[in-house]
Design a protein around this ligand. Structure first.
Ligand code: PGA
Length: 244
């Protein structure tokens, strides 16, 4: 059985004061899913301290370099994330792919670097509205997955999480219907081969407490990667509570 997982992606939001208040307010009583909070880098140590003090969640990074060290100004390595007591790291978020031109190959390099250091990558895949309208959703997702598959043994998927995030649903208030999401999740699981049954596949894109239960009721949706709604500790906890 796969344990459900809910991850918060704060993106470039928050402040020191916000982070302190969030962790004070975060009440995970009754939550049975795994919980990951991915704040911006400067708040990772504060988040890791809160995780140690409160329990019930672990910390993730939002990005990493594919390189282990060197002259890469502004980058953060997998080893540095580990020094911050980080367990997970998001790779290939659509904002990184579109705004920072991260290719499928670069994302695959980050996935490999994360795993090599002992971090669990949360690999984001998903199509744009244009690609969906052209009927290319599965082709795009398959290409994004294949770039990683070409670099790893298939057994490595069990130390990874996949997040299906249709780009048109991110931050727009438009969620894929549970059935639309389920059909892509089923496809992703099939792409993972024999090990697919063991891999957590999260849905992301305008998840809130009001739509979480219907999404989580789908057989291949194992949890969520939550952006906007993860900035409210109560709302985020309600989403976590919906994951069973
Ligand atoms: P959203 O973002 O929940 O605000 O749509 C999800 C994500 O980008 O991970």
């Amino acid at each position: 059985m796969r344990t459900p997982l809910v991850a918060a992606n704060w993106k470039m939001n928050g402040s020191r004061e916000f982070a302190e208040r969030f962790f004070t307010d975060l009440d995970l009583e009754g939550v049975i899913s795994g919980v990951v909070v991915c704040p911006p880098f400067p708040y990772l140590s504060l988040a890791a301290q809160a995780a140690q003090d409160k329990g019930g969640f672990v910390v993730g990074g939002q990005n990493l370099s594919q390189e282990p060290a060197g002259a890469f100004t502004g980058e953060v390595s997998a080893g540095m994330l580990l020094d911050w007591n980080t367990h997970y790291v998001i790779v290939g978020h659509s904002e990184r792919r579109s705004l920072y031109l991260e290719s499928n190959e670069l994302v695959a390099g980050k996935f490999v670097a994360a795993q090599a250091a002992g971090l669990i990558p949360i690999l984001c895949v998903g199509e744009t509205l244009e690609e969906r309208e052209q009927g290319r959703t599965l082709e795009v997702v398959a290409e994004q997955m294949a770039a990683v598959r070409n670099r790893i043994d298939s057994s490595a998927w069990k130390d990874a999480v996949v997040a299906y995030e249709p780009v048109w649903a991110i931050g727009t208030g438009k969620t894929a219907t549970p059935e639309e999401a389920q059909s892509v999740h089923e496809f992703i699981r099939a792409q993972l081969g024999d090990i697919g049954a063991e891999v957590q596949i999260l849905y992301g894109g305008s998840v809130k407490s009001a739509n979480a239960s219907a999404l989580f009721a789908q057989v291949d949706i194992d949890g969520a990667l939550v952006g906007g709604a993860s900035l409210d500790a109560k709302e985020f906890a309600a989403i976590c509570r919906a994951a069973v």
